[in-house]
Design a protein around this ligand. Structure first.
Ligand code: FES
Length: 575
């Protein structure tokens, strides 16, 4: 039992408490905002980091939800301050939101550090916003609670359920094959995203929101609540109430994020059939706490935990259905025997208490361990001479015939070349070929864009082919599917072996053995390496240049080297 803070122990007291000229200025400016001294004196100041923006429709409701959080903070005797942060709208930000994840993490950390904040409520959900907010909050070290934006409602077209991303890819191939018309395609465009909230398949957003909850960083059950459900603003207000007590209890992320919490989160990720992107983000979050987390650990756990959530793209249903089936608490209860139930959460209680009484209401949506959706793990980590530091794949979303495969490569130097070639009717390609895309990694993309689900060549699509092996150093959207091998490390842009693959080379992939091998002799590879010229850096100046200089590879979590823990940063001087 830790002792509670006293008002004079609050961090904000340095700004607001002293009887001096500077504090007079701070208090006078709060009163300029219409607040009385009693509104803030001796109260925890709660920073609500809000990633709302006019161009992020996954977060459209967060403007209103911040008010619900404030209501909760006020009810519990805190003083809320909303701080807008960059929104990282997945569909619009180019070349990739991943280029900016670390920038949002830095913004989160520095917003909290530079202002008189005692605790933080983190409002996000659209893909990179979740890890970014959490990484920043970890590095700042203040008590923080994560409020997930929640998934949007199911898509609908002619009475058929549509899933974000997954059904766009699927119907795009139908359109390329001439099976649906332009009019039908336009109708799908109007029906695939029906409400505010995040993508509602088990994409990166749903995966990361669930991981945040499994880590213990949000209220139990929060991550599964659809954005449009009335339970969502209630959860926001409850989070606002809870953060005030977390400040008094000094319940920081460092106290919650023990190694076992990360193991729980990875197990939940596997049971959810989560996005491959999660590996990068979980590694990055763990490293911010100072915990080295190896990609191999994901592979080991994927062999122990089958996919239980029957949600697309690995399964059939959507996140709205998952909520009605009992949500994450029910799934974690199903996984009980594989979790460390003693881990602490933002509630101040254990995971055991968080999932007590949780039940599965729809057995076809949340399966038991004895009857999983797929015994193939959600994430396999392969290594070999083509990926010495590893690469990842989602076997549960791939055609099983491709899990052990040897074929000839068709290698593309960049995305534009690949995009042109796959549309050519005379491309020399069969379903047994392996498409290889270079220069899609952290530095090469730049920003490791979600290019990894390379389009099936049009010629094959017309012949009815819907999956083939594809290899790249890019990521793929969590809403994507297929036999896509991703995150090859080191990437081709920095001279990883992927750079030396040529069309016609044979590649062998053996997912059960976790191997990937380029059948080219060492001597030949050495000759190609000697002839290779490093590409010109992508950016001459600015944030991109900073990014390129400091970004880590996929297996390291793609964090900036200077953001990794290196001792405490002093509180700002107040003069
Ligand atoms: Fe925002 Fe998918 S686009 S979560």
């Amino acid at each position: 039992m830790t002792s509670r803070k006293r008002p004079q122990d609050l961090r904000s007291h340095r700004w607001l408490g002293p009887n001096d000229l500077r504090s007079f200025g701070h208090r006078a400016r709060l009163r300029q905002g219409g607040f009385d001294a009693g509104d803030f004196a001796d109260k925890p100041v709660i920073g609500i980091i809000n990633t709302w923006s006019d161009i992020n429709f996954c977060h459209s409701h967060l403007r209103a939800r911040a008010e619900d959080v404030k209501r909760g903070v006020l009810q519990a005797g805190g003083f809320p301050i909303e701080l807008p942060a960059m929104s990282l709208s997945e569909p619009f930000v180019k070349p990739s939101t991943m280029l900016y994840r670390n920038l949002l993490a830095m913004e989160t950390e520095e917003l909290l550090r530079s202002h008189p904040m005692d605790g933080a409520v983190l409002l996000g959900g659209c893909d990179k916003t979740t890890p970014a907010l959490i990484m920043g909050a970890i590095s700042m070290g203040l008590p923080a609670i994560y409020v997930p934006a929640g998934p949007q409602l199911r898509g609908n077209w002619h009475g058929q359920v549509l899933g974000s991303g997954s059904d766009a890819w699927r119907y795009w191939d139908e359109k390329r094959a001439g099976r649906i018309s332009d009019e039908q395609w336009a109708e799908i465009e109007g029906g695939i995203a029906r409400s505010y909230g995040t993508c509602m398949v088990m994409g990166t957003a749903a995966t990361m929101m669930a991981i945040a909850e499994a880590l213990g960083l949000s209220l139990p059950g929060a991550s599964s609540i659809p954005a449009a459900d009335a339970a969502h603003p209630r959860m926001c207000a409850a989070s606002g109430r809870r953060i005030v007590d977390m400040v008094w209890e000094d319940l920081t992320p460092q106290r919650i994020l023990r190694p076992a919490a990360f193991e729980n989160a990875i197990r939940v990720h596997m049971a959810m059939g989560g996005s491959t992107n999660a590996i990068i983000h979980v590694v990055a979050m763990a490293r911010r706490v100072g915990l080295p987390l190896d990609m191999q650990r994901f592979d080991q756990l994927s062999r122990e935990v089958p996919v239980l959530a029957n949600v697309r793209p690995s399964g059939k249903f959507l996140m709205e259905d998952f909520f009605y089936a009992g949500g994450l608490r029910a799934l974690m209860a199903e996984l009980r025997e594989k979790l460390d139930l003693s881990c602490l959460t933002v509630t101040g209680k254990t995971v055991a208490e968080s999932i007590a009484g949780a039940e599965v209401y729809k057995r076809d949506i949340i399966r038991p361990l004895s009857d999983p959706v797929s015994s193939e793990g959600a994430t396999a980590v392969l290594t070999g001479n083509l990926a010495p530091r590893g690469c990842v794949m989602k076997p549960s979303a791939a055609d099983k015939r491709l899990l052990k495969h040897r074929g000839k490569a068709i290698a593309f130097e960049d995305y534009n070349e690949m995009a042109r070639e796959v549309e050519c009717d005379d491309l020399d390609v069969t379903p047994n070929h392996i498409l290889v895309l270079k220069n899609g990694g952290p530095k090469g993309g730049p920003g490791m864009p979600e290019w990894g689900m390379l389009p099936i060549p049009k010629k094959l699509v017309k012949a009815g082919v819907r999956d083939m092996l594809r290899i790249s150093d890019a990521r793929m959207s969590g809403t994507s599917y297929g036999a896509c091998i991703l995150h090859v490390a080191p990437e081709s842009f920095v001279g990883g072996p992927l750079a030396f693959v040529e069309t016609g080379d044979e590649i062998e992939v053996d997912v059960p053995a976790r191997r990937i091998h380029l059948h080219v002799s060492e001597e030949q590879l050495a000759r190609r390496r000697a002839a290779w010229k490093p590409p010109v850096p992508r950016y001459p100046r600015g944030y991109g240049a900073l990014y390129s200089e400091h970004i880590g590879q996929a297996d390291e979590g793609c964090d900036f080297d200077f953001l990794e823990p290196r001792g405490a940063i002093a509180e700002p001087e107040i003069h």
